[in-house]
Design a protein around this ligand. Structure first.
Ligand code: AMP
Length: 539
């Protein structure tokens, strides 16, 4: 066979040639625009030319600090296809981490959204290595700023060559992307994506048994383009000629529902907190979501109650998937096998709320102190992953060996695997609760709580206990106008769990602290709970 290199230039060429009339619907501060791929690919070439003229060379890192919109999509392709590395920066990290990430990546140029400019102004004295900051704005004039090395994206593009050649000879193992994990402890760690990894991961997104992304779809990545490349969707979608709806700055659940209705979105992807808010919007508004064939949900566990609500109340098919920044991200996805369709509704729901079957191309296993765990749906162990779109180290990080050993990525997630091979994430290794020598899954209790009609969200953590070593405490946020007592919540859980799993305390809160990508931030929650418990029990 021919040794064709698997790179992003192939994707742009394909979209340019075959899907010129397909469109990207992009929401920016200036409003919503519909832009044909013809124009997007031309602008990709222009941007590649701009970067060349600014002295960006092969392998240089170019950072983006941006929402999901067409300019960010252009950067997704222009940067890697001119030979540089697309570094997507999480807009929600602390200023200190932001400066750290930019310096660690050695970003030469930054592309920054107009409304996110204050983030970069705050750290301007700490990022001396950045040579130029390009503002992504709909306006011609630049925002007022104290920074000096600033240029306007649109002005630069206007003067650039629409026929700029993209690199045709990129080696598939060259770095195309870089993304830092939103780790809850320590400094963020960089994950480098190769052209080959992105190419193969994109193909995997197109499989019918995974996401089945295709030309027919109208896809809306709600998951930010700074979080694992919006789960790789923009790459695959442009290549396949999929219509894309990019929801832009600060998309509220109402904005999402309006975009879905107006543009007849067929598939959308995001973390559970997004879909919880979206459910509320559906409950309070009157939106036509009948075009949706799939909501893809991952990033943290999708509560069973939420899957049920989407499917039975709104007839929106809901697909639960699992992955990590280190895994591009797709690893497993909960679809039923054909013969499992015959199971009764509850059993099917139970299976679909697991994280599911490994996608073709990737291998998974669970290990514990006795070796590899059996497929019995009970024994727990740490999830190990390998495959062509799984990282093999952290970028310029000498602690990589902690996570990448013996050819496997050690995920830090605790799983069981059932007889059919379906994976269930029981917890993070660090979040499991050990009570009287027995393990309690915080995730299982959270999911049960979030199935309660009056509960908006819930997180369960361990608190130290002199007798049992650790005991679970549940933190609960009620839906508006709902009331429950601690006893009500415990009684609700009792029929569902062994007695020792029932949390000792149920604390009602206004909000659960979250990470920069919307996951429960258990470290902060533990501090908060410690304080609440010491106030309620001065002894
Ligand atoms: P990130 O790199 O920010 O995407 O975080 C990856 C981590 O999120 C994984 O190691 C899991 O702990 C968690 N995670 C991702 N998807 C799921 C899921 N479907 N269910 C439970 N946890 C998940």
């Amino acid at each position: 066979m021919m040794q064709a290199q698997l790179n992003l230039t192939t994707m742009v060429n394909h979209a340019e040639k075959y899907f010129a009339d397909k469109t990207v619907i992009s929401r920016t501060l200036g409003g919503v625009q519909t832009i044909p791929y013809r124009k997007i690919t031309e602008r990709i070439r222009r941007l590649a030319g701009v970067l060349k003229d600014l002295g960006v060379e092969k392998g240089d890192r170019v950072g983006t600090i941006a929402w999901n919109h067409h300019r960010h999509l252009e950067a997704y392709f222009a940067i890697p296809t001119m030979g540089a590395v697309l570094h997507t920066i999480n807009i929600r990290v602390s200023p200190d981490d932001l400066a750290y990430i930019i310096n660690h990546a050695e970003d030469k140029i930054l592309l920054v959204d107009e409304d996110l400019f204050p983030l970069i102004e705050r750290v301007k004295d700490q990022i001396a290595g950045v040579e130029k900051i390009i503002v992504m704005t709909d306006k011609d004039e630049l925002p007022e700023t104290t920074l000096t090395n600033v240029a306007s994206y649109e002005v630069l593009l206007k003067d650039a060559d629409p026929g700029t050649e993209l690199c045709e000879d990129i080696n598939e193992n060259d770095m195309a992307g870089l993304c830092y994990t939103s780790g809850t402890t320590g400094r963020p760690k960089g994950v480098a994506y190769s052209h080959r990894g992105i190419y193969l991961h994109s193909l995997a997104l197109g499989l019918k048994d995974t996401v089945g992304l295709s030309e027919e779809d109208i896809a809306m990545p709600v998951v930010p383009m700074f979080h694992v490349n919006a789960w790789g969707m923009p790459f695959a979608a442009l290549w396949f000629g999929t219509t894309q709806v990019l929801p832009g700055p600060m998309p509220t659940p109402q904005i999402l529902a309006e975009l879905m209705e107006e543009h007849k979105v067929t598939m959308a992807a995001g973390v559970p907190t997004i879909w919880l808010g979206f459910l509320e919007a559906l409950e309070n508004g009157n939106y036509d979501t009948s075009s949706l064939r799939c909501i893809l949900c991952g990033g943290s566990a999708a509560p069973k109650g939420m899957i049920r609500a989407f499917e039975s109340k709104y007839k929106i098919p809901f697909v639960h998937a699992y992955g990590m920044t280190e895994t591009s991200p797709i690893v497993t996805l909960a679809r039923l096998k054909s013969y499992q369709q015959e199971l009764d509704e509850e059993e099917r729901l139970e299976l679909r709320s697991r994280q599911g079957m490994v996608v073709p191309g990737i291998e998974v296993k669970g290990i514990n102190e006795n070796g590899e765990i059996p497929y019995d749906g009970e024994t727990i162990g740490e999830l190990l992953v390998k495959g062509p779109w799984i990282a093999d180290s952290y970028y310029k990080n000498d602690r990589s060996a902690d996570s990448f050993r013996d050819g496997w990525l050690h995920t830090g997630d605790v799983i069981n695997i059932d007889e059919e091979g379906s994976v269930k994430i029981v917890d993070r290794t660090k979040d499991m609760i050990k009570s009287g020598g027995e393990w309690i899954s915080s995730v299982d209790i959270e999911n049960a709580l979030m199935a309660h009609d009056a509960i908006y969200e819930a997180s369960v953590i361990a608190v130290p206990d002199p007798k049992w070593q650790e005991r679970p405490v549940a933190c609960v946020v009620l839906k508006e106008k709902e009331a429950l007592t601690e006893e009500d919540v415990k009684q609700f859980l009792e029929p569902q769990f062994a007695k020792f799993w029932i949390p000792d305390r149920v604390l009602f809160m206004e909000e659960i602290p979250k990470t920069s990508v919307g996951k429960f931030l258990k470290r902060a929650l533990r501090d908060q709970v410690k304080e609440m418990l010491s106030l309620s029990d001065p002894s």
